[in-house]
Design a protein around this ligand. Sequence first.
Ligand code: PHE
Length: 443
Amino acid sequence: MSSNRDQFTSKIGFILAAAGSAIGLGAIWKFPYTVGTNGGSVFILLFILCTLLIGLPILMSEFLIGRRSQADAVSAFKKEAPGKPWFLAGWLGVIVSALILSFYGVVGGWILSYLFRAVTFQLNGGSEEHYGELFSSLIANPWEVIFAQAMFMFITIFIVQSGIKGGIERAGKWMMPALFIFFILLAIRSLTLDGAMEGVKFMFVPDWSYLNMETLLNALGLAFFSLSVGVGAMITYASYLPKTETITSSAFNVAWMNIAISILAGLVIFPAVFALGYSPAQGPGLVFIILPAVFEQIPMGSVLIIIFFILLLFATLTSSISLLEITVSVFVKDNYEKRRSRAWIVGLVIFLAGIPSALSFGVWSNIFIMDKSIFDFIDYITANVGMPIGALAFSLFVAYYYKTNVTKAELNLPNAGYWLWRTIVCVIAPIAIITISLYNLFA
Ligand code: PHE
């Protein structure tokens, strides 16, 4: 292997990077709003099942492909299966991850805008309607959203091209726990508001009328999105992993932390939603409206919210850099000296591709694709179509292309665990993904 290719020097470095990629807007922004639009408890249950039973085994598969091949998401398949069409799955991942980043940058921009408002003390002292209006006026302002999106993308590209990624990920060692502690404190405040129990019921008392294939597809899509599975992000990261490190425990750590942060984010948002009289089904604005309202109820809230948005920005950036890294590493391959210029070009293209999403809450809010706004459409199609197809391809690849003795040695699991994993990636996950997807396509 060329000495120019970066490598994680420790297992903890890799876990932090992988957890940093996974934990981001998926857990903190998308989880609450999709739980809200999918009726609460049953969706949460399905999300946890999809994460553990389908997402986790596929995450292990991606780690395996990446570590074995030591190559980017496209070259990995060319190396491991020369002359076969598997590399197309890598290209699909490139396209889907670029599309995800296109709208991820928009939400990252909202976080920057909110951080600016927090620093200038505009986020406190309002009535309940105030926070709804604040969000609506932000997303309807084309210049601000595009400027903020550009800034967010600039920071993402800057980190990816400058090689300080490792430093950012190591900073995650204390930033992530800090965010975790914040969430616990916020959850306690939210849970002690008058009327908070309604929110807890919404999250944990099942309303079985929501148990249907559409909810299941949404839960599966969120599980993939949240774990960064199905686009090659984890293949790319694991390709920087020395062959000696174990991947199974890393995958477990990523999965449980992601579930924990998601549930915690829900426990911050939903009790407050019901206590303060908001609707849970607001869509993408939910956390931006509720969070400032919760901070309002906390002593020193106007200062704490600044720290909170800095941590949130940080968590978002550790995911966006992994999204950009997928495409950049494919285009850089062995031309390390081209890394900088490629990162800027790829990043610029993705930023431009995100502008329609940025505008789809304001000036372009009257444009619909299959009954969805441009933003919602790209969000939906990436998580619910692109990622499942990618995940299916990766699991089939590992299941049917690698020999049993190879995967057994790589995963280093006890026998029962190994066969459970194998049955899932060979049979259960493919059948589940195909059935859920086809059902939603044709039913
Ligand atoms: N998992 C990230 C999040 O939850 C998003 C992501 C998806 C990152 C796919 C990389 C690849 O925010």
